[in-house]
Ligand binder design. Structure first.
Ligand code: PEP
Ligand code: MN
Length: 374
């Protein structure tokens, strides 16, 4: 920020202004030698403390010693990673995203009947998922497609969360969904179609819960980050970004998984970034290679659509994979994490085995520990 000082300012007034600038979180430096004998004050943000840009401008603009604000400077957004700033980590149940930790989210596109959901949840957890996904309010492209089980589905999610002992993430479509959803879940999801829904972002940001924000299918990385800023500005400290594929011209895949942007985001923001290979591919046969690519490029987690009977999934059946196929992805992820020096966080009761997990009577994985796992 650059301030123009009043002419013939007394030393006392100038010193008082410098002290105020320090209090506001700046390092002030007087710039002399400007034509017309004008004195400028250059303000660099100091490393200590958060700046409130709007308040700063008002306070400085009101000072007698300040003739005008020549350049208000760039406000520093909360999502931005400052030099050497470490990753933020977000914890959801047993899962940890960011800071070298990687976690897996799995479950159906839409919450299904009772016994189906519990079976998926148990098998996903046994395979390595620490969070169960499942939509009850579905943002379907056609109004005639299955719209989700609504409130009945929420109750079901809550029961499965208790019985299986797994954290839950589920989507909210409007602010009025939030209250009931927070009772039965550990993380709110804001989907691609709502990434620019600012009232929803603000309401979710005030909910006091972690939020999974999916990138809009035509959103630039800056627009995506600014949508996250709405959540952060509303008070949410636990935002996880999700790249889920952007619109392309080739119908061979549903979307284009934008791995370059995942790498870019890891530098531009301290927030964790995860990859959704399911909505990117739209095809079950491509989920595993895209999941591998997501981990390799630096994602802090994966969210995968898993169903115990993929052909019977109530939505997105073409991209649903079985729990066994998900277990392969978990093993791939463990191997890649070992190579990258990262930690794959597993449910406490789960161990991955190179040869596949088997089930104990309570349906939790009991195979031998993977040598590289913590
Ligand atoms: C989902 O994850 O259930 C979903 C609808 O995804 P997206 O918002 O990325 O389309
Ligand atoms: Mn889906």
């Amino acid at each position: 920020m650059l301030l123009k000082l009043r002419k013939n300012l007394s030393l006392t007034d100038r010193d008082a202004l410098m002290a105020l600038c320090r209090d506001l979180g700046f390092v002030p430096r007087v710039v002399t030698g400007v034509s017309g004998g004008v004195e400028l004050l250059d303000l660099e943000p100091s490393d200590a403390g958060e700046l409130d840009a709007a308040r700063t401008l008002t306070v400085l603009g009101d000072q007698y010693a300040v003739a005008s604000i020549v350049d208000a400077g760039q406000p520093r957004e909360r999502f931005a990673r400052t030099p050497n700033q470490p990753d933020s980590t977000v914890r959801v149940g047993e899962a940890i995203f960011g800071g070298g930790h990687m976690s897996l989210i799995a479950g159906p596109c839409s919450v299904d009947e009772d016994d189906v959901l519990i079976d998926i949840a148990r098998r996903a957890k046994a395979a390595g998922a620490t969070v169960l996904r499942g939509g009850v309010h579905k943002p379907r492209t056609s109004p005639y497609s299955f719209q989700g089980l609504g409130r009945d589905g929420l109750a079901l999610l809550g029961r499965v969360r208790e019985e299986v002992g797994i954290a839950v993430v589920t989507e909210v479509l409007e602010p009025s969904d939030i209250e009931a959803t927070r009772e039965v879940s550990d993380m709110l999801q804001i989907g691609s179609r709502n990434m620019i829904n600012t009232p929803l972002l603000r309401a979710a940001g005030r909910a006091g819960m972690p939020v999974l924000l999916k990138r809009g299918m035509t959103a630039t990385s800056k627009e995506f980050l600014l949508a996250a800023e709405y959540l952060l500005d509303a008070g949410c400290g636990d935002v996880v970004l999700c790249e889920r594929g952007i619109r392309g011209f080739d119908s061979a895949t549903r979307n284009v998984l934008d791995l370059g942007t995942v790498a870019h985001l890891k530098g531009a923001t301290h927030l964790p970034v995860i990859v959704d290979p399911s909505h990117a591919a739209g095809r079950a046969d491509l989920i595993r290679p895209l999941a591998r690519a997501g981990v390799a490029v630096g994602a802090d987690g994966l969210i995968v659509e898993v169903h115990s009977n993929p052909a019977r999934a109530k939505s997105d059946a073409d991209q649903a994979i079985s729990p066994d196929d998900f277990a392969d992805i978990a093993r791939d992820t463990a191997a890649l994490c070992a190579a990258l020096g990262k930690t794959l966080v597993l449910p406490k009761s789960t161990r991955l085995a190179p040869g596949g997990a088997s089930s104990s009577p309570d349906n939790e994985a009991v195979a031998a520990p993977h040598p590289e796992l913590p």
